[in-house]
Write a protein that binds this ligand. Structure first.
Ligand code: ARG
Length: 576
């Protein structure tokens, strides 16, 4: 249930009855301060201006036309024409009770959309590095949220598995196989790539062969294709280990690499030429876009085919968007890449729209993100200046979490410790990323992310275990709780409202691709619960009805925290 949505509809109706235009927007938001009510409608001012009436008068009239019903205690005009909305306790109690009973915390969408999520997208014969980490983590959280709401989500791992570098990589793989080197060298893809490049740069015969292999590969030569496949498979096997460690839902079935679109490219270039969008320019094929200016203020030229016949990253993305419409029937396509790829995507999409490859109803959305920085505010690197490998990063997370947890709770058994360490280590890395507004750069700081204070994974996981222990200590099964919830105390009321706002947070993430909204929500929920717990005794409550009511609020909080963290791909444990 989405309170904001229900109120928006209600206020809008009353506004229209009071004289506002039918297209008006009530602009209902959660209030920042208790004295302004639980929600506040801010749309009256704009609506009054449109009609040339006094905003306070319109606000007053709106309230007169508003049916408070079971939902609202009162509505008040404030300031220049805001409307403060106060929800009824009985309604909140009833709704939270229902939420606990119905075993699902959100309503599924009535019209599921097909949504393609393009995320992770590492490159073949290269290690995944921290740059792919953000895409993987943020993308996977958004995917989980969309699926949870009932959408049909297609994960598209746009792996960099095509291009001229494969000639050299095949030639080098062949060389290694001939020299009977075991596949050890491929366990370090970075080293493999570097060695291949070195041969290419220093050995003319090798370079010659590499170039020939590129041509053969593109021509569909069986041997070259088999070697190429080997490289792709080995890379993706290694990446899969990282996905599994990260508790990310991607599997090999989700790989839709650049190579998938390769057969579409010649026809697309020909079509763009036919449509007069692309022209030959110095023997390359270029699309000039008025929407983008080069440094001389002229329309920017986007190359879609090089003079040697090769296609580019942009050409592939034009094809990918087209494919996502024609083959996958997507309503939305979401792209999780860093902000530096923004212009690239906008150019590809401008061409896609101009060529009419997708309908207007299909959206293409760049869920961009900033860079991961070190504590020195520079791009996150190892001490020697190399990019940090994901596996090394996760190893370090485990090490640090082990130290943290074993000192914090020495009584855990070896098995329990392992479980908690894994949940905390991976959770901390993911949560640190997810809890920040993705559009800005963020500083990767071990001490912050592993702290038990503040908006961190350990804090959230610990908050969860505390509620869990209420039930395990008292041996009460939270699933069998029944009876009435009553909200007599301010803290009980505040907790109930927060719990009922879960769906609002989840829907925002689904719409805007912003997991930090869900993190902030869960963090606030944990804080409100802790305030409630301190001032409202649960198990020690003398009155059975109150005890039962509070237990239900605790159970609902527990469910919400678990579900919320699960949507973020973060594990909970029963003690830590
Ligand atoms: N493989 C690319 C990289 O490592 C990211 C691909 C993103 N997706 C896309 N459709 N362009 O930078």
């Amino acid at each position: 249930m989405n309170i904001q949505h229900i109120l928006s509809q209600k206020i809008k109706q009353a506004m229209i009855a009071a004289g506002a235009e039918p297209q008006c927007d009530a602009l209902v938001r959660q209030s920042g301060k208790a004295q302004f009510g639980d929600y506040q409608a801010n749309g009256v001012m704009a609506a009054a201006k449109k009609r040339g009436i006094n905003p306070r008068e319109l606000a007053q009239k709106t309230i007169e036309n508003l049916e408070l019903g079971d939902l609202l205690e009162k509505a008040e005009v404030a300031g220049p024409g805001f409307i403060n909305l106060f929800l009824k306790n009985t309604w909140l109690a009833q709704q939270s009770q229902q939420l606990l009973q119905q075993q699902t915390l959100v309503e599924k969408v009535t019209q599921p959309q097909t949504i393609v999520a393009d995320y992770s997208a590492p490159n073949v014969a290269k290690q995944m590095h921290v740059g792919h980490l953000r895409s993987t983590i943020i993308g996977d959280a958004v995917v989980r949220v969309l699926q949870y709401l009932g959408h049909n989500v297609i994960r598209a791992n746009h792996v960099g598995d095509w291009g001229t570098q494969f000639g050299m990589l095949i030639a080098y793989l062949e060389k290694m196989e001939n020299e009977h080197a075991d596949d050890l060298a491929l366990s370090d893809l970075e080293a493999f790539y570097r060695a291949a490049k070195q041969c290419y740069d220093n050995d003319a015969e090798f370079a010659e062969k590499s170039r020939a292999y590129v041509v053969k590969l593109q021509g569909g030569d069986h041997y070259c294709l088999a070697m190429w496949r080997k490289l792709v498979d080995i890379t993706m096997q290694q990446n899969q280990q990282t996905y599994d460690r990260l508790n990310v839902t991607l599997s090999n079935d989700d790989v839709m690499g650049e190579s998938l679109y390769n057969p579409m490219l010649p026809a697309i270039v020909a079509d763009l030429k036919n449509k007069g969008l692309a022209v030959e320019d110095q023997s390359a094929v270029v699309v000039f876009l008025d929407e983008f200016k080069n440094k001389d203020g002229e329309p920017m030229g986007v190359i879609i085919q090089k003079s040697d016949g090769g296609f580019l990253y942009t050409t592939t993305d034009i094809a990918a968007a087209k494919y996502r419409h024609e083959v996958l029937h997507a309503d939305r396509a979401l792209y999780f890449t860093d902000s530096r790829q923004s212009q690239h995507l906008q150019q590809a999409w401008t061409i896609v729209r101009k060529a009419g490859y997708i309908p207007d109803s299909m959206s293409l959305e760049h869920f961009n993100f900033g860079m991961m920085l070190g504590k020195d505010n520079k791009p996150f690197k190892t001490r020697s200046g190399d990019t940090v490998k994901l596996t090394d990063l996760l190893d370090e997370a485990i090490e640090r979490a082990e130290q943290l947890i074993s000192t914090k709770n020495p009584s855990l058994s070896e098995q329990e410790l392992q479980q908690v360490v894994e949940a905390v280590a991976i959770g901390a890395v993911k949560y640190a990323d997810l809890s920040k507004n993705r559009t800005t750069d963020y500083v990767f700081d071990w001490d912050n992310m592993l702290s038990f204070e503040g908006n961190t994974a350990p804090y959230m996981q610990y908050a969860y275990t505390r509620i869990h222990s209420i039930f395990s200590r008292s041996q009460i099964d939270s699933a069998t709780l029944q009876g009435t919830i009553c909200l007599n105390e301010e803290k009980e009321r505040a907790l109930a409202i927060k719990l009922l706002q879960f769906e609002e947070a989840v829907q925002t993430v689904a719409r805007e691709g912003t997991p930090h909204i869900l993190c902030a929500y869960l963090y606030e929920l944990a804080g409100i619960f802790s305030g409630f717990y301190e001032s409202c005794p649960i198990l020690n409550s003398e009155d059975e009805a109150i005890k039962n009511s509070r237990l239900q609020l605790a159970a609902l909080t527990q469910n919400t925290l678990r579900q919320g963290l699960d949507l973020l791909g973060i594990k909970t444990v029963s003690k830590m």
